[in-house]
Design a protein around this ligand. Structure first.
Ligand code: SAM
Length: 303
């Protein structure tokens, strides 16, 4: 059953956390003069129209990119993310919001590779259309098309990840961002990452997850900590006290395996500002934890 469409949630506070961190990971990868492969296991549609029927149904962007749009005193680390979103909206009116594939396209270099997976047939079609438009725009700007720089596949990202590891240049940034509508997704993320780390321990793996009352969600980060990566970082952003019925998403996290050493100090500088600007009540807060891995067979089994 594929009922989830990301367009309903585009630009919400969870997208802000995810895409802000994604931008930082690309900037880190770009520091080294060796190409890398970006793998997006759950790509979505790539670009979202905030005035479209789906995004405007609940206008979730009002919990995220909306309050940031005209904010002042923006922390330096948020500037590249905001510049990217504003660059898609040259009229100055907030109309379009980037999905993770578009963020990757804009932040990666000509020699890097993008491998994008999406299971929903409609979103996969829209993703391909969006990338055709991006390529056309680049051609108009005089950029030469780079053959197989971007590959889009209609398929299961969990299954496909392993086929791409290790990548040819031995550098990879992987985003794992499933809908978690079915609780199996939590297990599938752990299993896919366990296998991916076995094939390519040096990759940077970023996992987005919702912070919810359900058991799978509450235990999720603790289980990811037991995966056989050398180091991990877990950041959560909560914008309000969750309602008694648990309705609506108040909190989400990004769990990074093999995080750049620059990520933690940058997040510590930036998250207080995000809480201040996006927070709705006294429940608004952030957490950042880091750790190193206990490697070995026992840890792999426990994960
Ligand atoms: N990463 C996107 C972004 O940040 O813009 C959003 C992705 S959305 C949260 C999750 C997407 O995963 C949905 O578009 C859904 O159709 C897709 N999906 C669900 N199960 C999948 C699977 N096993 N493999 C690939 N895509 C899947």
């Amino acid at each position: 059953m594929l009922s989830y469409r990301h367009a309903y949630h585009a630009g919400n506070h969870a997208d802000v956390l995810k895409h802000f961190v994604q931008v930082q990971l690309h900037l880190y990868m770009n520091q080294k003069d060796v190409p890398y492969t970006y793998i997006d296991t759950h790509s979505g549609a790539g670009v979202y129209a905030l005035d479209g029927a789906q995004a405007s149904k609940n206008s979730e962007y009002n919990t995220g990119i909306g309050p940031l749009w005209n904010a002042t005193n923006i922390p330096a680390a948020l500037a590249p993310y905001l510049a990217l979103v504003k660059g898609m909206n040259p009229s100055g009116k907030m109309r379009y919001y980037p999905g993770s594939p578009y963020v990757a396209d804009q932040l990666s270099r000509a020699e890097d590779r993008l491998r994008l997976f999406e299971l929903h047939p409609s979103d996969c079609r829209i993703l391909a259309q969006n990338f055709r438009k991006v390529e056309e725009h680049k051609a108009e700007q005089g950029e030469r098309a780079r053959g197989r720089r971007v590959l889009i596949e209609h398929g299961d990202g969990f299954q496909s990840l392993k086929k791409l590891l290790p990548p040819p240049s031995r550098r990879a940034l992987v985003l794992v961002d499933p809908p978690y509508e079915i609780k199996d997704d939590y297990k599938k993320v752990r299993e896919a990452l366990d296998e991916a780390l076995g094939r390519f321990p040096a990759g940077i793996y970023a996992v987005w997850y919702p912070v919810l009352q359900r058991m799978e969600s509450r235990q999720f980060a603790d289980r990811l900590k037991r995966l056989p990566a050398k180091e991990w970082l877990n950041v959560t952003l909560t914008v309000s006290t969750p309602g008694p019925d648990g309705f609506g998403l108040a909190s989400s996290g990004m769990f990074i395996l093999n995080p750049p050493y620059t990520l933690e100090p940058m997040l510590r500088e930036t998250l207080p500002w995000l809480v201040q600007v996006l927070g709705k009540d006294a429940g608004a807060r952030f957490t950042i934890e880091t750790g190193t891995q206990v490697t070995g067979a026992a840890a792999r089994m426990a994960a």
